[in-house]
Design a protein around this ligand. Structure first.
Ligand code: CTP
Length: 411
């Protein structure tokens, strides 16, 4: 379940040209089940209509301290009701007001009247963003625990290019989710792999597979949101992942080398990558030309990364494999679970509609080495990731237990 579900989220919108992106933030939050109350500054209303937010949100947009309201003091009741306040986009003025505690309108008053977590997505021109005064304000807000998302580099209003573009709405929503997620994996190190490896045939062609990396990205993202220190080794590094260290790789051999290093000290290793079992034995340095005739591809086996991890699995480490199958799901998955010495395996039948490779949804069965299994019916890959991490956390708690008992017993 999304951490924003049934939570009251105040969406502050200020007068940046990026105000139109706030409508998407609103839509995404409502889509995840949040109760969204938009609060628009006067300048924001010059950039985007109040009616847009009233149509998308859970309550009419608040546009002034003097709106008709059932309560005499709307900003204090809204500030108290809020589970989180996200300001997207945030102008330099809002950032300065937030730092100094100035309250001149409904948004700044609501921010002052709340103890909820605050997420700010700045958007402004590069020169403004880089001003020492703005940077100083941002540093102070970070020190006080405010989450700052972005800004990112890219085209800005007026044709300039530089830092100052508001972060992607999905990233803003991910930051809101993270702010409301219990930090149940704080102090844990998690290694995740994702995507399909590409094994070169020549300088331009490769042997690959249909993996999009979406499920692994969702797992990495969700683990980071729970406070874990996450490394994602992936062939799809461009996917949105916040708070995750991303190591881009191409081939099975590259992935094996990075994973071998990173797995040391990891509390959990989650191998969701679709790793090639075979690679061209003699890749050509340049480009194979058509005129040279039809080539014969000789393949050789790659090493099985997961099997090696299983063979040298340190006590307490949770090792998770994936099995994308088209038949005999349970038998194939259990065979891999046992032969690779895994803690659990996430199996899916990729011949089913909307399941697995390339889709935003998945349906899986998680088989555990203790003989239990858990069916996760068709849902988003984010939700699948949450269920998987719940299972991983349970196992980590179990493996922590003997240590606790020893400490207690030695007193
Ligand atoms: N895996 C791996 N290294 C490989 C092949 C697979 O680490 N060279 C991992 C995958 O990341 C996945 C698990 O092993 O977590 C199962 O992968 P899969 O391709 O389903 O199984 P295989 O063992 O390769 O067997 P088969 O292809 O015959 O189904």
């Amino acid at each position: 379940m999304s951490p924003v579900r049934d939570r009251c989220i105040v969406l502050g919108v200020t007068g940046s040209i990026a105000a139109y992106k706030a409508a998407e933030v609103c839509r995404l939050l409502v889509g995840e089940g949040a109760h969204v109350v938009p609060v628009l500054t006067e300048s924001a209303q010059k950039m985007i209509g109040e009616a847009t937010f009233t149509a998308l949100a859970s309550e009419p947009a608040v546009t002034s301290l003097w709106d008709d309201s059932p309560t005499a003091i709307p900003h204090t009741s809204l500030g108290q009701r809020a589970s989180a306040i996200v300001v997207a986009p945030a102008t330099a003025r809002l950032i300065a007001d937030l730092r100094t505690g100035r309250s001149g309108d409904a948004l700044t008053a609501t921010l002052l009247a709340s103890t909820a977590p605050v997420i700010v997505a700045p958007a402004m021109h590069t020169e403004m963003w880089e001003q020492p005064s703005v940077q100083d304000n941002i540093a102070t807000l970070i020190e006080r625990g405010v989450t700052i998302v972005g800004p990112v580099d890219g085209p800005l209003a007026g044709g300039d290019i530089g830092a100052g573009r508001m972060a992607d709405p999905a990233e803003v929503v991910a930051a809101v989710s993270a702010a409301l997620t219990p930090q149940s994996m704080a102090g844990r190190r998690v290694l995740v792999t994702s995507g399909g490896t590409r094994e070169p045939i020549d300088a331009v062609r490769f042997v690959g597979n249909r993996s999009s990396g979406k499920q692994g990205t969702a797992v990495a993202d969700a683990a980071a949101a729970r406070g874990a220190e996450v490394v994602l080794v992936t062939t799809e590094p461009s996917a949105v992942v916040s708070g995750v260290r991303v190591v881009p790789v191409e081939t099975a051999a590259e992935m094996a080398a990075v994973v071998e290093l990173e797995a040391h000290g990891a509390d959990a290793v989650i191998m969701s990558a679709a790793v090639a079992d075979f690679r061209p034995a003699n890749p050509v340095g340049g480009k194979l030309k058509k005129g040279q005739g039809v080539p014969t591809l000789e393949l050789e086996p790659t090493s099985d990364i997961l099997a090696s991890l299983g063979a040298s699995k340190p006590p307490g480490q949770v090792l998770v494999g994936f099995a994308a199958e088209t038949e005999d799901l349970q038998a194939n998955a259990l065979a891999k679970l046992h032969s690779k010495n895994l803690s659990m395996i996430v199996a899916n039948d990729v011949s089913k509609e909307h399941v697995g490779f390339g889709h935003d949804t998945n349906e899986v069965v998680i088989y555990s080495s203790d003989g239990t299994h858990r069916h996760v019916p068709l849902t988003t890959k984010q939700q699948t990731a949450c269920v998987l991490l719940d299972e991983v956390e349970t196992l980590l708690t179990v493996s922590d237990a003997p240590e606790t008992a020893m400490v207690e017993g030695s007193q």
